[in-house]
Design a protein around this ligand. Structure first.
Ligand code: FES
Ligand code: FES
Length: 918
């Protein structure tokens, strides 16, 4: 039954507005669904994330908590009301200039909260900004550039460089090409994209049990009760292969389970109909009979006392990884000093602010998917298998993606809407709720790690032994990637001759663990950095000197036998950090001497390295840069920008390779019909791999243009209105584009680029060349520990990163800030428990008040293989933060926490056990 509606009159963005709606309809839904103002985002619909923040009579409110009837006669201002006369407000301009928006899904809410503050307090200080914006969560930026932007309003600073001349785009602080759309609320995310035709809505019915058999009875009664219900999909409706997964040989996850579920939140049926009907049907309305089975826990699986969840994984071991160099056992036995550690980590939720959303529509014998994603080409191929189609019958048109961090690499709603649209012939839309998103999508792997290292009397590492078990949950997802990447990185960025590093990915009935910024390396870094601190102490060296003595240098061999020839910036990072680190240590020690109370301060240090791109696997990117008959230059980039800025980065690289100002390039975003496969946005690969493809495309088009003009290699290419001119010494000619043959899209010349990092397969001992390039970093963290309460407050982070070359320093800094914020979450507060905290109220991520000031130093040690020397930063930004914080807790209290997150109860218990509590 439809809810009764009433007339509601209010002022919206300065205009009298009248609408008929149910009085209890949430204001966020009124704005979006009834009034078409998609700038107000919905991240949780529960008052937890602040993405829906608007102004009600000038005060910020969560529009998801305000009933429509409450706005009667009042003034509502949304992000659409900030710009006027086609000009951005000073606040919007500041966000765009400072790189304060990455994916942009939180930006409208942030802007509205900041607008209220600025209306109240013309020139706020940082504490006031933190207070005012404290109700809006951002998962990308680490908040620092947001604070910078708000503080800059009214000041005439210009940190961006909007139009660098030809040849100087790389290295410029270019504003993101989507910045204006993001700050005006016109950037279209998954839930903002609506089919033009009338569409059906889909809602998955999911298992409440982690392990169960089930049967579905006669569904015909459901259609009689709910006339708006068009179809109920079950496993038998999948036209092709009812399995998906990351690896071609490891497809193990059903789109819709067939009689057996391995995880809570697994989809068993899908309701398709009009939106109200689908929302009104309760799961209990379906005739599903459950036979609940005991769930397989990580402990049970490790102990070998659980039934196998998959026939291909005896003992529930999905796969193992291994790297062996010489004889770690003998070298450990002979070492002068030894240290051992056990580390345990939990599930971590990606908590992107945009829940999964999108739609599918059938176009003849093809299917189109319009949804948020990190990997359009893998989605296309998987959907083809599921529908039993050829890949060219599937078109994936990604929307803007409101954060991913690895969690949107796996399929979610795409196969469901694709099957429904295919079978009904109607467009079908689906928007995950926050609890659904958190219950059903992948997480960071929980890890149980034991590690041991030994050094000689001078503090030189001689041996390293490591084993990590990773809970990969119900399905494989990226478990094999974690199992293979971790052993390579297990030693940390240090030269060790004798290494044995092994891993296992273990199936359980938990939520699948998949890709999450670092593929297991952040967990491993907690172990290797604890060992470095412990050995340093045993040798009588300070933590930095010990690391400096052992840091990888150019010419050193890694545990896989790869000799690092160039761009090994570990020593440079440590040397750059040393002065600040020593000063912070002195400051913390002075504080502790001066304060006798419960508060203790400490400074920790951690290093990391990270191989860019896939581990020992081909991962090519292709890119084209095309010249049209009207002189338009267009970069066709399939590299998904999920907030990390690849649209700007690719354009900067391609423009410099072609030799034109970056402002002369248009960019076509990913669309599997229009752009070539640039691989997935993961493994920190886009700048290095797709950047090389963009560079090659620019160089190829340059060669073709110069050949047409019979010009030398040094000639200038000058875009002019309607065409291209070439200046070669004294000669300047205009290309006669009209005489060139054009394709259907009017393109007359195509520059093509392809790059696949040169790696080799690893042998049975993990020996080989797993990556073509490595990023390095050192971070220091200062914290304050309340030894009475067990709370830990980060006070300062210093981050030094070797990025090869910073293509866009503003974006590199933004990635580092955001990675550090996620590292703080991993260290101190984030742990996901399936079925217990599937919302942003109980699952805590860092707020603007949790991220301290961050100082970033960039080391640019160009990698000859990188585009203009660049490597990657997405995952490296995060890895060192948690171990640096844990080291700081130890420095402050003498207690080493190795079970993360280091929540107050755990810290307090450890302090009590060590006799260090107040
Ligand atoms: S959508 Fe309203 S607070 Fe999250
Ligand atoms: S920019 Fe804030 S959530 Fe992505």
């Amino acid at each position: 039954m439809r809810a009764p509606e009433r007339r509601i009159a209010f002022t919206l963005n300065g205009r009298p507005t009248e609408v008929h709606a149910p009085p209890a309809l949430r204001l966020a839904e009124l704005l979006r669904d009834r009034l078409g103002l998609m700038g107000t985002k919905i991240g949780c619909n529960a008052g937890d994330c602040g993405a829906c923040t608007v102004l009600l009579d000038g005060r910020q409110v969560c529009a998801c908590l305000v009933a429509s009837a409450q706005v009667e006669g009042r003034h509502v201002t949304t992000v659409e009301g900030l710009a006027s006369g086609g000009r951005l407000s000073a606040l919007q301009e500041a966000f765009a200039r400072h790189g304060a928006a990455q994916c942009g899904i939180c930006t409208p809410g942030m802007l509205m909260a900041a607008a209220e503050l600025l209306a109240r307090t013309g020139r706020p200080n940082e504490a006031e900004v933190r207070d005012a914006l404290g109700g809006v969560l951002c998962r990308c930026t680490g908040y620092r550039k947001i604070i910078e932007a708000v503080l800059s309003v009214g000041r005439n600073d210009r940190p961006d460089d909007p139009s660098p001349p030809a040849g100087s785009a790389v290295g410029a602080r270019l504003r993101h090409p989507d910045a204006d759309a993001i700050v005006t609320g016109t950037h279209r995310f998954g839930a903002d994209a609506l089919p033009e035709e009338a569409f059906l809505t889909l809602r998955a019915v999911r298992s409440p049990h982690p392990h169960a058999r089930f049967s579905i009875g006669d569904l015909s009664g459901l259609f009689a009760r709910f006339p708006g219900l068009s179809r109920v999909l079950t496993a038998v409706d999948i036209p092709g292969q009812n399995l998906f997964g990351i690896y071609p040989t490891g497809k193990d996850q059903p789109v819709l389970a067939r009689g057996f579920v391995r995880m809570r939140g697994e989809a068993v049926a899908a309701l398709v109909g009009d939106a109200e009907t689908v929302a009104s049907i309760r799961d209990e309305d379906l005739p599903i009979t459950w036979e609940v089975l005991p769930p397989v826990t990580f402990e049970d699986a490790l102990a070998g006392r659980a039934p196998d969840l998959h026939p291909h994984a005896p003992g529930n071991v999905l796969c193992r990884g291994r790297v062996k160099a010489d004889d770690a056992a003998a070298a450990l036995a002979a070492a002068t000093h030894r240290a051992a550690v056990t580390v345990e980590t939990g599930f971590v939720e990606h908590a992107y602010i945009e829940p999964e959303a999108g739609y599918a529509r059938r176009v003849g014998d093809r299917i189109e998917i319009v949804a948020c994603t990190q990997t359009p080409y893998m989605d296309r191929d998987e959907i083809a298998l599921i529908l039993g189609l050829r890949p060219d019958q599937v078109r994936v048109i990604p929307t803007a993606t409101g954060g991913g961090f690895g969690g949107k690499l796996d399929l979610s709603l795409q196969p469901l809407v694709a099957v429904a649209a295919w079978l009904t012939g109607r467009p079908v839309r689906c928007v995950y709720t926050r609890p659904e998103s958190m219950a059903s999508t992948t997480k960071r792997h929980p890890a149980r790690i034991t590690a041991e290292a030994g050094c000689d009397a001078e503090g030189r590492l001689v041996a390293f032994r490591f084993h990590g078990d990773f809970n990969t949950g119900a399905y494989a997802s990226w478990g094999p990637t974690v199992a293979n990447r971790v052993p390579v990185h297990a030693t940390g960025p240090y030269a060790v001759a004798n290494v044995l590093a092994t891993t296992a990915a273990i199936h359980t009935n938990d939520t699948p663990a998949g890709a999450f910024r670092g593929f297991g390396v952040p967990q491993a870094a907690i172990a290797h950095e604890a060992l470095m601190d412990m050995l340093a102490e045993r040798c009588g060296l300070d933590p930095l000197s010990f690391r400096l003595r052992n840091a990888l240098r150019a010419g050193d061999a890694t545990a896989t036998g790869q000799v690092l020839a160039h761009s090994v910036g570990m020593v440079a990072c440590l040397e750059a950090l040393e002065g600040r680190w020593r000063a912070l240590r002195a400051e913390a020690e002075a504080f502790n001497r001066a304060h006798a109370g419960a508060l203790r301060r400490g400074v920790g240090l951690a290093c990391m390295w990270y191989g860019i791109g896939n581990t020992s696997m081909s991962n090519p990117s292709e890119m084209t840069l095309v010249l049209s008959r009207d002189g338009t230059l267009t970069l066709r980039s399939g590299a998904m920008d999920i907030g990390q800025g690849s649209r700007a980065i690719m354009a900067q690289i391609a423009a410099d390779a072609l030799g034109v100002p970056v402002s002369a390039l248009c960019i076509t975003g990913a669309d599997t019909d229009l752009t070539r496969d640039a691989g997935k946005t993961s493994a920190s690969r886009q700048t290095f791999v797709s950047g090389n493809a963009a560079k090659a495309a620019g160089e190829d088009l340059r060669r073709k243009i110069l050949a047409l003009a019979n010009a030398g290699a040094e000639a200038r290419i000058i875009p002019v209105p309607g065409g291209i001119e070439i200046e070669d010494g004294e000669r300047r000619v205009r290309l006669d584009l009209a005489r060139l043959e054009a394709d259907a899209a009017g393109v007359v010349l195509v520059g093509e680029g392809r790059f696949d990092p040169p790696t080799t397969a690893l042998d049975a001992d993990g020996r080989g060349i797993p990556y073509a390039a490595y990023a390095f970093a050192a971070q220091a963290a200062m914290v304050e520990v309340d030894t009475e309460l067990g709370t830990v407050r980060p006070l300062r982070i210093i981050a030094v990163h070797d990025v090869g070359r910073a293509v866009n320093p503003t974006q590199v800094e933004g990635q580092i800030h955001g990675g550090i914020a996620q590292g703080i979450g991993l260290a101190l507060m984030e742990e996901f428990f399936p079925g217990r905290n599937e919302n942003l109220h109980d699952y805590l991520i860092p707020t603007i008040g949790d991220v301290p000031p961050i100082e970033v130093m960039l080391i640019e040690d160009p990698d000859p293989l990188g585009p203009f020397g660049a490597k990657g930063i997405g995952e490296p930004a995060l890895i060192a933060t948690a171990p640096a914080i844990l080291g700081a807790i130890h420095h402050a209290t003498g207690v080493r926490i190795t079970r993360v997150p280091a929540t107050p109860d755990r810290v307090r218990a450890a302090l009590l056990a060590a006799g260090a509590a107040r």
